[in-house]
Write a protein of this length. Structure first.
Length: 141
């Protein structure tokens, strides 16, 4: 399993009239956390694009448990759940400053050719970086 923690402070523009983080921001938080995981193993997203790949989200689900507020320090624990063919799955757990679980999510992304947008196998440099840093993850082609 490959896991990474990303901590950030909630910005005022992310909140709504109720004083809580608007639900639309969770996708942004998880995208940032996902790329910080990749960056932590030596793969900034720019390198994925430069190598000729894109990673569009194909599925996303959320489970909202609690709310978070402006200026709160929160933590996202991101895990690579599985890799199969062209697809990669991530899970996310977002915790508030009291270490309470606020939100859970899962995303599925697909590696596609930057030129044709056709699905393609996960690039070898991504597999190698994950293998080098993983504890346990399911990778099947």
């Amino acid at each position: 399993m490959l896991e990474h923690e990303y901590t950030f402070r909630v910005m005022y523009p992310d909140t709504d009239q109720m004083g809580t983080v608007h639900h639309s921001n969770y996708a942004k938080y998880y995208e940032t956390a996902r790329w910080e995981l990749f960056r932590s193993i030596g793969i900034p997203y720019r390198s994925v694009e430069d190598a000729g790949y894109m990673l569009p989200v194909t599925q996303m689900s959320f489970k909202f448990r609690k709310t978070i507020h402006y200026d709160e320090l929160v933590k996202v624990r991101t895990t690579i759940k599985a890799i199969k063919g062209a697809r990669i799955w991530f899970t996310y757990k977002l915790y508030n400053s009291d270490e309470q679980l606020v939100n859970e999510a899962e995303t599925e992304l697909a590696f596609v050719s930057r030129e044709s947008w056709r699905p393609c196998a996960v690039p070898p440099f991504v597999i190698q970086a994950i293998d080098k840093h993983k504890k346990h993850i399911t990778i099947t082609n």
